[in-house]
Design a protein around this ligand. Structure first.
Ligand SMILES: NC(=O)c1ccc[n+]([C@@H]2O[C@H](COP(=O)([O-])OP(=O)(O)OC[C@H]3O[C@@H](n4cnc5c(N)ncnc54)[C@H](OP(=O)(O)O)[C@@H]3O)[C@@H](O)[C@H]2O)c1
Length: 252
């Protein structure tokens, strides 16, 4: 039984790969950095009784998503983990359009395509879509990123609701982490001032929630509490609060 993990070369995806290898799932690891994937394959195959396939793939290219699925669709894949993604901090007018379109393609189009193809082809299985706490509300100074995660969050919750009323045995869990200590900050050009959880902890809670068929997983106690509190906060509080948090993360 294979698990397909996108964005397995670092951070949350890499930790999910380690946890699932320990549970003896065979893995298909996807990312752009081939050497990282090959290093992880070597490590996991030496340590656990698993087969690991690596796929060097830039998911921001729509064609690559179709090609990836075509190459692996005949394998016995029971879990799809759409984890690859990135953010960029900055004022909307200053972030390059190309960077934002790349983000939209990686964070929205790629998981959309892979989720669709998986559901079309498979009768049963699990999907973990990695959104973010940033998807629950508008986020000035990280506007596009938050919007991509709001898309993935709402898409995943809606499809899961449909699936639970269909004759397919497929369940989607949406993971919404707050700050996690990974390479995300470096790529986003941010220094988080909120306390982060480890990628290991995030991965553990995600996998537990996935196999318990939870529709939503918010890892870490602080973020669970923040999520509850933010449900009652009006936009006139949320918008300036988000603005303050994001501008503090970098020299803006
Ligand atoms: N860290 C946080 O605070 C945080 C909070 C909420 C949500 N998240 C979400 O968690 C997910 C994982 O991020 P992370 O925190 O683990 O960050 P990370 O350490 O930077 O990992 C991101 C992963 O995505 C892959 N990736 C990025 N662009 C790609 C592309 N075009 N094609 C294929 N793979 C691509 C990267 O691999 P290559 O560079 O090798 O391609 C890497 O493996 C993301 O969706 C992120 O939005 C993170």
């Amino acid at each position: 039984m294979y698990v397909l993990i996108t964005g397995a070369s670092s951070g949350i995806g890499l930790e999910i790969a380690k946890l699932l290898a320990k549970k003896e799932y065979d893995l298909i690891l996807v990312a752009r950095r081939k050497n990282r994937l090959l290093g992880l394959k070597k490590q996991l195959e030496a340590r656990y009784k698993v087969k690991v396939i690596t796929k060097e793939c830039d998911l921001s290219e729509e064609e690559n998503c179709y090609q990836l699925f075509e190459e692996i669709k005949n394998l016995d894949i029971t879990v799809l983990i759409n984890n690859a993604g990135f953010g960029k901090i900055g004022y909307f007018e200053n972030i390059s359009l190309e960077n934002e379109l790349d983000m939209i393609r990686t964070n929205i189009i790629a998981p959309h395509i892979l989720t669709k193809l998986f559901i079309k082809v498979k009768q049963k299985g699990f999907i973990l879509n990695v959104a973010s706490m940033a998807g629950f509300q508008p986020g000035p100074v990280m506007a596009t990123y938050g919007a991509t995660k709001a898309y993935l969050l709402n898409l995943s919750l809606s499809i899961n609701y449909e699936l639970q009323r269909s004759n397919k045995n497929i369940h989607i869990t949406t993971l919404c982490p707050g700050p996690v200590d990974t390479e995300f900050n470096k790529v986003a050009n941010a220094d988080f001032n909120l306390s982060s959880i480890t990628a290991r902890q995030c991965a553990k809670e995600a996998i537990r929630g996935l196999f318990q068929r939870k529709e939503l997983v918010v890892p870490g106690m602080n973020m669970k509490l923040l999520r509850i509190a933010s449900k009652f906060a009006p936009l006139k509080i949320i918008l300036p609060m988000e603005f303050r948090i994001q501008t503090k993360k970098t020299n803006l």
